[in-house]
Design a protein around this ligand. Sequence first.
Ligand code: SIN
Length: 313
Amino acid sequence: MSSFSLKPLSSALGAEVIGVDMRSPLDAETVQALTEAWHRHIILLFRNQPLTFEEHIAFSRHFGALDDHAAIPKFRHPDHPEILLVTNYEAGGKRLAVGRQWHSDLSTTTRPAKGSLLHCVELPEVGGDTMFCNMYKSWDSLSPTLQSILDGRNALHDMTAARETRLVRTSDELADIRRRNPPVYQPIARVHDGSGRKALYVSEMTSVAIEGMTEEESRPLLQYLYDHSVVPENVYRHRWQLGDTMMWDNRSAMHIALADYDHSQRRIMYRTTLLGQPSGRVADLSAEESGLRPAAVFPAAPPPAGTGERRAP
Ligand code: SIN
């Protein structure tokens, strides 16, 4: 087994791994020790190791099966579908904004990502940071009363809810995306299959409602949960260096890519995505689950004449 040491990145989460060469094959004991460290620290940082695509994929595979990014074909590598391009410029020069709200990768699918390994290859002069928060602590620090209300309940995750998507898509395009990627219910308190601990699993980017409640009713509670999760004490902010790889656990962390840089400069990262266990279920938003429809705002029938009830113009 290769021996390595861990240097904490913040009190909330994260550790730098010192002494592992990502480009060399790892033995089973080292993989086991890294997996335990990953579950404990939630995000692991490997510094100063430029990787080829093959090395990035081979290292990632030690921790599980990889997504082929079929849902995002435009940004997957043509010869290495396990590699996803994360950048602020498309090949044709169009600017992009990706990951700019707190989220957990693939929570809008029934096979949410277990982890992601983001490798840094080009950076703006300053900024381009990524922040991470500890969702075990988010859950553990809720009051027992709120925990008992939320435990066993689901939240609806909808890909079209992402701000950057809504800003650039027409309503027809949004409807099309939603048809191809129907919203999914995920448990709000999700048990981590590696550690056995509960973590809060709602995300600012994708969660739109709590099952059995309307969107209007859900919104303030969800907003509270996001605000509660990202208090500064629960966050680590990573300032990237070229050759860094960050391996995060999507079951116990949310992350956000910050727009804290000059967008005339390029930022290029490559990501592999570890497939997780099946989780959640596709929502049937017709009929019985239509508590999501804002019926309270748009009553089906007008009030009976002469009741004196007034409607907003
Ligand atoms: C991501 O959300 O997967 C990418 C985060 C980043 O670009 O910093």
